[in-house]
Design a protein around this ligand. Structure first.
Ligand code: NOJ
Length: 536
């Protein structure tokens, strides 16, 4: 196990939906013992940290982001002992475990909410949530699920008042002006860190406070609470990590690191769609521009980067024009559009083109930040567009070609979500077992990518220097630091490109393990890429 306090800078994170990973008891729902039984697979893949989607008791109106008890495990997934067993076994393999901390809201079934709605209007119990007599308060604040909710307020018959919810109406926002709420959430953090969890993802952390006349995002009070939380964690649990989920522009995002006293990690939301835009336009500019306007994180800070996750591919941090381009290229099927984004997995987004899959992953793994792989994307799994909301990108992991895909012994009709049905992506075509036996598979390539990344700490920690080859379709940069120098060159276009690098030094191409006595230029096939260790 990497024992550095900032281990997350060298990590390769794997995001896993436990419900969809492996079912151990034949009820059609993935569970913690199922995950435990697949740790060997994850160890072979080479990932060094798992990010588990919400594991708490929940009525599942938002796949567990509607928590009904912060101190438990959802009965579908197993018990607290099962959770401890996963933690222990993961740690024994040098794999860390990151869980969810949904701070902003609970389920409306949470006892706190049930108590609040019945409590007297001016009581401390009522004050645990955000209430109003009128839905006019905080007017103009954007809705995050516009396809599902037309207001951030919901009338509650029992309380005879409106409650505030940034997400579904089943997810009332906690009131961070209540000292009780602030304290209670520190207890939650203590509970899971004491059990041995290595990091927590702070869900929807932008929205903790509300103030009239603002957009109710990233308020100073929210940052103040994050400082309290960070100080609490660093003091009691040094080496544990807080990962902030804030879907914002770079200048605001960097604020979530604070003065090195808020989050250890923050997702780089704006970088993600720009990788797709650069590819769609065969032009490096979107990536170069967004990185140029991204401030450096403080010393202990690190970006978390990704191509896909369990949500729609969000298009909030792009201009109107850019959004139109993204939808035109990547959401041709109208069912793919959801809220302000595109609900597709990586392989279907990239027309299942192996060259593009490798190219975007090779960039994700070499640009600044710690990469996150979404479960199934290492195989090129597909999606199921007819399912509701974001379920289509959360279907069961495809372990083998059998009727149940090796996910579960239950009748597939009883699976909590159906298997992918499109023959181009269904289990007989895309599965772990077949790819394990095929040395040319995407799975083998992903293993190699992860292994290379782990040999190159410079990619997690080094500086970035952009090069400016004459062709705009060529994205080229050098990562420097830790006594290593790596040059990455990528061809974003469907045409061959000969890229002059303006250097003349010995290098070794790392994917091909090929020595070049004097690297001056490189000819890249369509959508080709190279990683060179510079040895001059
Ligand atoms: C962000 C999560 O990624 C998403 O899945 C969830 O619906 C919202 N936060 C609300 O918790």
């Amino acid at each position: 196990m990497n024992t550095a306090l900032d281990w997350y800078k060298d990590a390769v994170i794997y995001e896993v939906q436990v419900r969809s990973f492996r079912d151990s008891n034949g009820d059609g729902v993935g569970d913690l013992p199922g995950l435990l039984s697949k740790l060997d697979y994850l160890e072979d893949l080479g990932v060094t940290a798992l990010w588990l989607l919400p594991h708490y008791p929940s009525p599942l109106t938002d796949d567990g982001y509607d928590i009904a008890d912060y101190f438990g495990i959802h009965e579908d997934l197993g018990t607290l002992d099962d959770f401890k067993a996963v933690l222990e076994a993961a740690h024994a393999r040098g794999i860390r475990v990151i869980t969810e901390l949904v701070l902003n809201h609970t389920s409306d079934q949470h006892p706190w909410f049930q108590r609040a709605r019945r409590a007297p209007a001016d009581s401390a119990e009522r004050d645990v949530y955000v209430w109003s007599e009128t839905p006019e308060k905080y007017a103009g604040v954007r809705r995050i699920f516009p396809d599902y909710e037309d207001s951030n307020w919901e009338w509650d018959e029992v309380a005879q008042a409106y409650y505030w919810h940034r997400f579904f109406r089943t997810q009332p926002d906690l009131n961070f002006d209540s000292p009780w709420v602030r304290e209670k959430l520190l207890e939650v953090v203590d509970f899971w860190f004491e059990l041995g969890v290595d990091g927590m993802r702070l869900d929807a952390v932008t929205y903790l406070y509300e103030r009239e006349g603002t957009n109710c995002e990233s308020l100073p009070e929210t940052h103040a609470y994050l400082r309290t939380l960070r100080a609490h964690v660093d003091e009691r649990f040094p080496g544990r990590m807080l990962l902030g989920e804030a879907n914002q522009w770079p200048e605001e995002l960097v604020g979530y690191f604070g003065d090195d006293d808020e989050c250890h990690m923050v997702y780089h939301f704006p970088a993600m769609p720009r990788l797709y835009m650069a590819l769609a336009q065969a032009d490096r500019d979107p990536v170069v521009q967004i990185l140029a306007r991204t401030p450096e994180p403080p010393p202990s800070g690190q970006w978390a980067t990704f191509l896909r996750n369990h949500d729609e591919l969000t298009l909030e941090m792009v201009s109107e024009e850019e959004r139109a381009l993204m939808l035109e290229v990547y959401a041709q099927d109208p069912r793919a559009k959801l809220n302000v984004g595109i609900r597709r997995r990586l392989a279907p987004l990239l027309q299942n083109d192996r060259r593009k899959l490798e190219l975007l992953n090779a960039l994700l793994f070499s640009l600044p930040g710690t990469p996150i792989v979404y479960y199934g994307d290492e195989l090129g799994m597909g999606d199921e567009l007819d399912l509701d909301d974001r379920d289509g990108v959360r279907t069961p992991m495809q372990w083998d070609a059998s009727a149940g895909a090796g996910f579960s012994a239950a009748d597939p009709a009883r699976f909590h979500l159906p298997l992918v049905s499109d023959p181009a992506f269904a289990p007989p075509r895309v599965n772990v077992s077949a790819q394990e036996h095929d040395p040319d598979s995407l799975l083998h390539w992903t293993r190699k990518l992860i292994a290379l990344r782990k040999r190159l700490p410079v990619l997690g920690r080094g500086e970035l220097r952009m090069l400016e080859p004459t062709q705009r379709a060529a994205l080229a940069f050098v990562r420097e630091g830790r006594g290593q120098r790596v040059l990455v060159v990528a061809n974003l276009s469907a045409e061959e490109q000969r890229v002059e690098l303006g250097l003349a030094e010995p290098a070794r191409e790392l994917f091909r393990d090929e020595a070049l006595p004097e690297l001056q230029a490189v000819t890249l096939e369509p959508f080709g890429y190279r990683w060179f260790a510079l040895e001059g």
